[in-house]
Design a binder for this molecule. Structure first.
Ligand SMILES: Cc1cc2nc3c(=O)[nH]c(=O)nc-3n(C[C@H](O)[C@H](O)[C@H](O)COP(=O)(O)OP(=O)(O)OC[C@H]3O[C@@H](n4cnc5c(N)ncnc54)[C@H](O)[C@@H]3O)c2cc1C
Length: 571
């Protein structure tokens, strides 16, 4: 297997020549500039390449294990995590009030890309911890914040989120875990949760679970769910009444301990208002959704590097004119096609992730409340797109990288099959991609009476105008027109119409967004190999990927009838 090479040149290009990072930061009153950002990313990249990538394969082979009720992570994980914490990476974008470094979220997101590329199982630990810290910061009382945030922001303690039960997955209204108040303002939490990532492990001194449960007087349905902080170790050092029933045996991310958790009257504290737990948990889930999208991007980038190196090395077949042979498979058009499909997703995805992260920074730090609200709405619109499209393209990319290896991609020796297995979960957890698509159509398109999505389209159209008549600008304009028509058709559509169209609509939305980013990248003047490759890739994207927009628009226009016609018994 090739070493992992962090994409620092691309980050530098995006920061300095595409995203206007320095101007964005000075508008937000931040002192960080692109040079400092690149230095931070270089350091993070070294850790990912030199410490986390080398233990990825053994982590997969060995897996996390449950013995005598205790979970141990694979060799090297606990040591690497200690180094990660000592170097201060968990608090990179964390709140300085609790020991964080307060750097832009953009850096955090690209750190997440490198973590996911190097070692997806490892990256989940700090990712969930950050989500837990954000939920406590937004909804916890001062005592909880003081007791838990410094250790979570530093990464000394890790976080877990416990929503899912065997009978309650997508539909959390069905959850049964109970919380009984005591006379001292605490709660005894009882129930079983399944599929809990980082639920238990040997990497940190404490694990802080955020658990959804019902109070005794709770109304039925989602309006009766509350959020509780349930730590593995209580403030007096005693072990809480919670245990790991089993580790899930699963397709990928073997190093990541996915736990069945039993809470047997475990001591917890209410986070936020009673019965308002789902709203509080959404703070965590929205942060996680962006991160999960980035997991797809990270895996695709890593798989691309392996496949491109292999394609330049592997000799098979003759040149197209039949004269030379055997030639490296990179000469074959079909192999190039697969590599270009991956690369055009990865580089546009990286740019779109960067743009979205900058909006998140504006939403948190802009001096003007109206600007904060505008940016927040754009992040809300883009979140399901990043989560679902990046993980769908991420998985498809891993499969195409595996295909480049032929049979050698299917056996374990080359390591590329691990990417396929690891990437698959990101399409499922944090709300399945089908559910993300319905969130986009059902909740995000109607925001502001349609003004948010229309504002986004106007922004894209303005940049496409700047792109003039370069081919990717022309083709993206056509695709944007299709997307606008589909958006109009779906505004106020019935449940089945929206449900039947949602996944295709989200993909169309993503294709246009990538075309927008390719236009911005291809429009940058310059004659370095990087600038030239951007223009070549933009042409490929415009002519070979973006035409899918027409098929998707036709599928959306076909409506729900062909989807709903067959009776359930007919399946
Ligand atoms: C490895 C792993 C790690 C996980 N980590 C965590 C974790 O840390 N914390 C946690 O709480 N959970 C976690 N999960 C759970 C995960 O979030 C759920 O599995 C996921 O949300 C789907 O729930 P479900 O499995 O019950 O599927 P279901 O809800 O039964 O869904 C089955 C299918 O039906 C579709 N569907 C369901 N409802 C609707 C609807 N209303 N409209 C249209 N389609 C619908 C879904 O899209 C899906 O295709 C993890 C799962 C795995 C496998």
């Amino acid at each position: 297997m090739q070493d992992y090479a962090p994409p620092i040149d691309d980050y530098r290009f995006l920061l300095k020549e595409v995203l206007g990072f320095d101007a964005a930061m000075s508008e937000l009153g931040q002192e960080v500039d692109a040079d400092l950002a690149v230095t931070v990313l270089e350091e993070a990249g070294k850790l990912c390449a030199e410490r986390l990538h080398p233990i990825n394969r053994e982590g997969d082979e060995h897996g996390s294990r449950l013995e005598g009720g205790e979970v141990s992570t694979p060799p090297g994980f606990a040591d690497a995590y200690r180094e990660f914490v000592t170097a201060g990476w968990p608090g990179l974008a964390g709140d300085p009030a609790y020991g964080g470094q307060g750097l832009p979220f953009l850096l955090q997101l690209w750190l997440d890309e490198m973590l996911s590329a190097a070692n997806l199982s490892f990256g989940l630990f700090p990712g969930l911890t950050r989500g837990a810290a954000e939920a406590i910061a937004a909804h916890g009382d001062e005592a909880l914040k003081a007791a838990y945030l410094p250790k979570l922001v530093s990464g000394e303690w890790t976080g877990a989120m416990a929503l899912t039960e065997s009978g309650a997955g997508t539909d959390l209204a069905l959850l049964k875990t109970r919380a009984q108040p005591d006379s001292e303002g605490r709660y005894a939490v009882t129930g079983q949760k399944i599929f809990i990532s980082s639920g238990d492990h040997d990497m940190a001194d404490n694990i802080v679970h955020l658990v959804l449960a019902r109070l005794p007087d709770a109304p039925a349905g989602v309006k009766g769910i509350s959020l509780f902080l349930v730590p593995k170790f209580l403030p007096d050092g005693a072990r809480n009444a919670m245990s790991v029933g089993a580790l899930e045996k699963k397709m990928g991310i073997h190093a990541q301990p996915t736990c069945v958790m039993n809470y047997d009257g475990a001591c917890g504290w209410l986070v936020g208002e009673p019965h308002r737990g789902l709203a509080a948990m959404f703070t965590m889930m929205n942060a996680e959704r962006l991160m999960v999208g980035i997991q797809g991007l990270g895996i695709a980038g890593a798989a691309y590097q392996q496949a491109a190196a292999y394609a330049k090395d592997r000799l098979q077949g003759r040149s197209a004119d039949g004269v030379r042979g055997p030639v490296a498979i990179i000469e074959h058009a079909d192999v190039r096609r697969m590599l270009l499909n991956i690369r055009t997703f990865v580089e546009a995805g990286r740019a779109l992730a960067g743009w979205t992260a900058l909006q998140l920074d504006r939403a948190h730090r802009h001096a003007d409340a109206a600007e904060r609200a505008k940016a927040d709405a754009l992040v809300a619109l883009l979140t399901p797109v990043v989560k679902a499209a990046f993980t769908d393209f991420g998985f498809e990319s891993a499969v195409q990288a595996q295909q480049v290896f032929g049979g050698h991609g299917y056996i374990r020796e080359w390591g590329v099959e691990q990417y396929v297995r690891d990437a698959r979960i990101a399409q499922i957890y944090e709300g399945t991609n089908g559910v993300q698509a319905m969130d986009l159509v059902g909740r995000k398109l109607p925001m502001g009476g349609g003004s948010v999505v229309e504002g986004f389209f106007a922004l894209v159209a303005a940049d496409l105008d700047v792109g003039g008549d370069i081919v990717v600008a022309l083709k993206t304009r056509e695709a944007l027109a299709l997307l606008r028509d589909a958006t109009t058709a779906l505004q106020g559509a019935g449940v089945d119409e929206a449900g039947a169209a949602a996944v295709d609509y989200l993909r169309l939305f993503a294709l246009v967004s990538f075309g927008w980013m390719w236009t911005r990248m291809a429009a940058v003047e310059g004659d370095t190999p990087l600038h030239r490759s951007k223009r070549e890739l933009a042409d490929y994207y415009a002519l070979r990927v973006l035409p899918q927009a027409h098929g998707l628009a036709a599928q959306i226009a076909a409506g729900a009838a062909p989807v709903m016609a067959m009776e359930a018994e007919g399946f």
